[in-house]
Design a protein around this ligand. Structure first.
Ligand code: AN0
Ligand code: CP
Length: 313
């Protein structure tokens, strides 16, 4: 594997899941693999899990780690070719990516969408320019349209808990006070399709995801009906794709509550975190024994470890 930016970079996803489960069973087994190598972690946006779990994964493989908050400590980067840089941007991506590549053997990048310019966001403007001008492998730590390390984690967690060959997995939209990216939802569908899950999605009208990711995944606009017989409820808020980056209405009745979970097949509750309690999900659900959110976050380390291992070997 050269880069890790979407499910399309993975030759065999079940093997990657197995690598992650092996890493979980014996985290330090490959402690020598990354000796003398450096992982660079570049953040244009905040992070708790991705930052710490990817750092931990690199340490478990014997790598050194350098982290930079690009938005706070880096020079403001220019991404346009031919730009006359006489305003706010101080350094061009051409030099920036080339220079960082000399210090790091693998570069991880987190870059959220603008949520104002759909064309630019869905072209993965920033991630693609890093890939173009960096000379080392790139790992997405969540880009404008995808969060593949999260989706791999989600798949591992489902594989650990599924009771049937092809579980019923429901991606449910839930309310949120701020406009959020579609990345986690897009990526989740992409990986669930690749893993051949029985996946469906439920959201209010107007929150249809990009056709590139929605594919032919069934949509049920009645949330409670969608939950019937589900084995996994995967919850996430996203802003509108069609009315790009907008919150269309409050929809507070879409919060995940015990009465909705009651119609499922004793489904597990999943969320990538961070989550706003009693807005996205009721305390009684996230604190229930069916909630996997903490185990999911634990699996972030082993997902990252499996990805780094495959890039290093
Ligand atoms: C981000 C998002 O929705 O993409 C990161 C999730 C991992 N969430 C927030 O900004 C709350
Ligand atoms: N789930 C996730 O990516 O969390 P962070 O934004 O804290 O990294």
């Amino acid at each position: 594997m050269k880069n890790f930016t979407s499910v399309n970079d993975v030759p065999n996803i079940e093997k990657l899941v197995q690598d992650a489960l092996n890493a979980k069973a014996n985290p330090l087994k490959m402690n020598d693999l990354g000796k003398g190598k450096t992982m660079g972690l570049l953040f244009f946006n905040p992070s708790l899990r991705t930052r710490l779990s990817t750092h931990k994964a690199a340490l478990n493989l014997g790598m050194s780690v350098m982290t930079m908050d690009m938005d706070k400590h880096g020079w403001k980067l220019e991404f346009e070719d031919g730009a006359v840089m006489n305003a706010n941007t101080a350094e061009h991506i051409r030099e920036g990516a080339a220079v960082i590549s000399q210090y790091c053997d693998i570069i991880g990048i987190r870059t959220f969408p603008t949520l104002t310019d759909r064309k630019q966001d869905y072209s993965e403007h920033i991630l693609n320019q890093f890939m173009q001008y960096a000379t080392v492998p790139i790992v997405s730590l969540e880009s404008a349209t995808r969060h593949p390390l999260q989706s791999l984690t989600d798949l591992i967690t489902i594989r650990e808990h599924q009771k049937t060959e092809r579980p019923k997995v429901v991606l449910s939209w839930a309310p949120h006070p701020k406009a959020l990216p579609q990345a986690v939802a897009n990526s989740f569908l992409e990986w669930m399709i690749a893993a051949n899950m029985e996946v469906s999605v439920t959201h209010p009208e107007g929150y249809e995801l990009s056709p590139e990711f929605a594919q032919n995944v069934p949509i049920e606009y009645n949330q409670k009906k969608a939950f019937e017989g589900a084995d996994f409820i995967y919850t996430k808020n996203w802003s509108s794709y069609n009315d790009y980056g907008k919150i269309l209405a409050q929809n507070s009745n879409w919060m995940i509550t015990p009465d909705k979970m009651a119609v499922t097949n004793e489904a597990y509750f999943m969320h990538c975190l961070p989550v706003r309690r009693n807005v996205v999900v009721a305390d009684a659900v996230i604190d229930s024994k069916q909630s996997l959110v903490i185990q999911q976050a634990n699996n972030r380390t082993y997902a990252a470890q499996a990805v780094l291992k495959n890039i290093l070997t």
